[in-house]
Design a protein around this ligand. Structure first.
Ligand SMILES: *[C@@H]1O[C@H](CO)[C@@H](O)[C@H](O)[C@H]1NC(C)=O
Ligand SMILES: *[C@@H]1O[C@H](CO)[C@@H](O)[C@H](O)[C@H]1NC(C)=O
Length: 210
């Protein structure tokens, strides 16, 4: 009997930690970010709900292509709580991603969000890598209208493998998903990670050769 109660307790604990893997649920209709507030809370302080206006819940311009003239040939146009104050505490946001010919969105993580990507134009190769120790790559080529899920916290990427530009829209399960670009975080941190800690491709490849 006691073991059953213990097991039930463990299951309940697991459920709790799962429900906290994205933004917490709101406790009121909405909490429009008060961008002038200096109060430090988890998220952003609320402005007086009686002052709510349509502008607090809207954004215009997602029909416009992002400028992909950069080293990676892609551009993310974010629409999160920084662009729409009314998204504060609601646990959701959206981005537009533009890809030039052969452009890519290099391997990165969203520490706080699962991402659901929909291809609007073009052809994308996408993928994510599972946790240690397998580190299995799960990858697919997507066409217009295809949808793909990147589970929260996993290294993932997209690459334009089509014959023209590509466009995608992604929704993310956080008002502020955050981005950690793997190569920048590891090799370009400020100050730099001491070289002795840095992975060397030769070290990683060696076990495969022997
Ligand atoms: C922030 O302060 C400025 C200047 O006082 C004001 O114009 C603006 O409406 C304020 N914004 C919010 C969200 O209260
Ligand atoms: C796109 O970005 C490049 C590089 O920053 C810049 O030279 C160019 O003027 C931009 N194009 C537009 C249309 O803004």
């Amino acid at each position: 009997m006691e073991t059953h109660i213990l097991l039930l307790g463990l299951v309940a604990l697991c459920c709790c930690s799962l429900s906290f893997s994205s933004d917490p649920s709101p406790l009121q209709d909405f909490c429009i970010a008060d961008t002038n507030s200096t109060v430090k809370v988890n998220g952003l302080a609320c402005k007086d709900p009686m002052l709510a206006q349509a502008a607090d819940f809207s954004f215009s311009g997602l029909h416009l292509a992002g400028n992909t003239s950069n080293a990676v040939g892609s551009r993310v146009t974010p629409v999160n709580a920084a662009q729409i104050p009314g998204l504060n505490t609601l646990g959701i946001s959206i981005v537009r991603i533009d890809y030039a010919l052969c452009g890519n969105n290099p391997p990165h993580i969203h520490p706080r969000a699962t991402e659901v990507l929909t291809v609007l134009e073009g052809t994308l190769q996408v993928g994510f890598v599972t946790s240690n120790p397998e580190n299995r790559l799960i990858s697919k080529v997507l066409q217009k209208g295809d949808v793909f899920v990147f589970p929260v916290g996993h290294v993932h990427f997209q690459r334009n493998v089509g014959v023209g530009n590509a466009v995608a829209i992604s929704t993310l399960s956080s008002q502020n998903p955050g981005v950690i670009t793997i190569a920048n975080a590891v090799f370009k941190s400020n100050p730099p990670i001491p070289e002795t800690f840095l992975p060397r491709p030769s070290k990683l490849i060696k076990p495969l050769l022997t």
